[in-house]
Design a protein around this ligand. Structure first.
Ligand code: CA
Length: 534
């Protein structure tokens, strides 16, 4: 991506006093305003372009005169057609563009421009927790899985007691986390789509940061029975006469079991299992692991028009570094990929992988259609305030996170990514639903934001990258990496990419902490359930 910054020579501070704009691609006929306070009508750039009206930061300025029907081009791609006259130097607002049709799914090029493998980056390591099943954790957590929402307050109560009474005796354990959610009963569990939340929760229950072996709390009468959540596991029910026992098998506490008399018995059963699991987890040690054991989930939320020129390209550069290190890097968010899918299917390593990607796009088109919606439902009021006119502009900026390497796998909703390299895991774009679904695979999370969100997850570290310096300054104790310096010329995509890559290795090793973990900002899990509720 050729980034063209028009500025005067003395504009080097964070507070630009001279007008500054960014044009991403030489074919673009719009640019975005960089100055934090926006620019006033009459302001002239060094090349003579003069604003005919005031334009806020991150919003688009017309570089030519548009007539109705003219193509509006950003990132070298059509983001819409003008639906009125727009003068050169005018502000292009979202209501001035008509949304183009989405790329037809039956006319896409399949694996026609597969990138050559990037040069390996040898010897990159982090300090992680290696599990018996071969996975590697970045945190050491006691996770308590639930099969149904009915038991969530009981487990939350038990977790408060465990943290207060047991955890202080086990200093190597980072946290105790209840895997609570709104799924599990009152659902058509055999309907198409029900497998998505079930698989998602099953993978999360066996997360690498839990040591791979779950402790399950069930009610007893729910649709999502423990064996359905964790097929193939040898679940051991609580039994007063055989307890204590301990081995690698996961445990299940069923609150309706006759052995448990009253709430006190339930809590004590959970706590006895928890104590055994804490003893096991406390013996875990960080060891040096190759960076190839990382699976980094990429996501954006509260994006703005800077996202596609600062934080997302910097994340894309870091993604390439991770791929070169042998790691898995996963991008997601179907509705933010849909309008850029014609740029991605040629990059798939094989035609079958390209067809998998198209299958996921088609599934989501149909899912939205059943709900009486389409992809135009995506941009939020915040996205629009941040200068993003429509989902096409948002998608073109979003896919910059995916870097430049070949796509090596496409996973369906709820499935676990098993390949190294750049992968796509189908998820909704909703931040907390996407994050929940990515937890099936990832042990690190990178989250880019323009408008800002204090989002975080308990299970994995969430590294937050801002698109603008103004946000990083205002949220100095929430944003981990400021990519806004790219817009003002104080940093480059490459330098922020390297900074982010090293920060990921430091956080994965426990040497540094994200702000979200510092404050304990952990969003609730929200499994995606496209199936019917009964
Ligand atoms: Ca998102």
């Amino acid at each position: 991506m050729g980034l063209s910054v028009i500025q005067r020579p003395n504009c080097v501070t964070l507070r630009c006093v001279d007008p500054l704009r960014i044009q991403v691609h030489s074919k673009d006929n719009v640019a975005i305003v960089v100055n934090p306070e926006g620019l006033a009508a009459g302001v002239a750039f060094s090349d003579g372009l003069k604003l005919v009206e005031s334009i806020p930061q991150s919003h688009k300025v017309a570089l030519k005169r548009f007539a109705p029907g003219d193509l509006i081009i950003r990132y070298g791609e059509v983001i819409g057609t003008a639906n009125r006259e727009i003068p050169v130097g005018g502000w292009i607002r979202e209501d001035m563009l008509n949304l183009p049709v989405a790329p037809p799914l039956d006319q896409l090029a399949l694996a026609t421009a597969v990138p050559q493998p990037l040069a390996p980056l040898a010897g990159q390591t982090f300090e992680g927790y290696r599990n018996a099943d071969g996975t590697v954790g970045t945190k050491n957590i006691l996770g308590i899985t639930t099969t149904v929402q009915c038991v969530a307050p009981t487990v939350d109560y038990a977790v408060r007691r465990i943290k207060a009474e047991l955890l202080p005796r086990f200093p190597n354990v980072d946290d105790v986390v209840a895997i609570t959610h709104t799924y599990g009963c009152g659902v058509a569990i055999d309907a198409p789509g029900a497998g998505i939340p079930v698989r998602t929760l099953g993978h999360i229950s066996r997360h690498a940061n839990f040591g791979g072996s779950p402790l399950v709390v069930s009610l007893g009468c729910e649709k999502l029975q423990p064996m359905r959540l964790l097929p193939g596991e040898n679940l051991r029910p609580f039994n007063n006469s055989t307890f204590p026992i301990f081995n690698e098998d996961p445990y299940v506490v069923r609150l309706q079991d006759a052995d448990l008399r009253g709430f006190g018995d339930m809590i004590s059963a959970i706590m006895r299992f928890a104590e055994k699991r804490l003893e096991e987890l406390n013996r875990r040690q960080r060891t040096t692991c190759p960076a190839s054991e990382l699976n980094v989930g990429l996501q954006c939320g509260g994006s703005d028009a800077f996202s596609g020129v600062t934080c997302n390209p910097a994340v894309g550069y870091a993604a390439d570094l991770l791929v070169r290190s042998g790691a898995s890097v996963m991008f997601s968010e179907v509705t933010e990929v849909r309008d850029a899918v014609h740029l991605l299917t040629p990059r798939c390593a094989t035609q079958d992988i390209a067809r998998d990607l198209i299958r996921e796009m088609r599934w989501y088109d149909e899912y939205l259609g059943r709900g009486g919606a389409d992809r135009s439902a995506n941009p939020t009021p915040g996205n629009k305030r941040g200068g993003l006119s429509n989902v096409v502009e948002k998608a073109l900026g979003s896919v910059a996170k995916a870097g430049t390497s070949a796509i090596s796998m496409v996973a369906s909703h709820g499935d676990k990514v098993t390949a190294k390299g750049l992968t796509f895991a189908a998820t909704p774009a909703s931040d907390f639903i996407c994050g929940t679904q990515q937890l099936a695979s990832m042990n690190m999370h990178v989250f880019t934001t323009g408008e800002g969100t204090p989002y975080g997850l308990a299970l994995v570290p969430v590294v937050k990258v801002s698109s603008r310096t103004a946000l990083a300054e205002r949220w100095h104790d929430l944003i981990d990496v400021d990519a806004g310096r790219i817009a003002t010329g104080q940093a480059t995509i490459e330098s922020v990419g390297w900074e982010l890559y090293r920060f990921i290795l430091d956080v994965a090793s426990g040497r540094k902490k994200t702000w979200a973990d510092h404050w304990g900002l952990h969003n609730a899990l929200a499994p995606f359930n496209p199936g019917p509720v009964t």
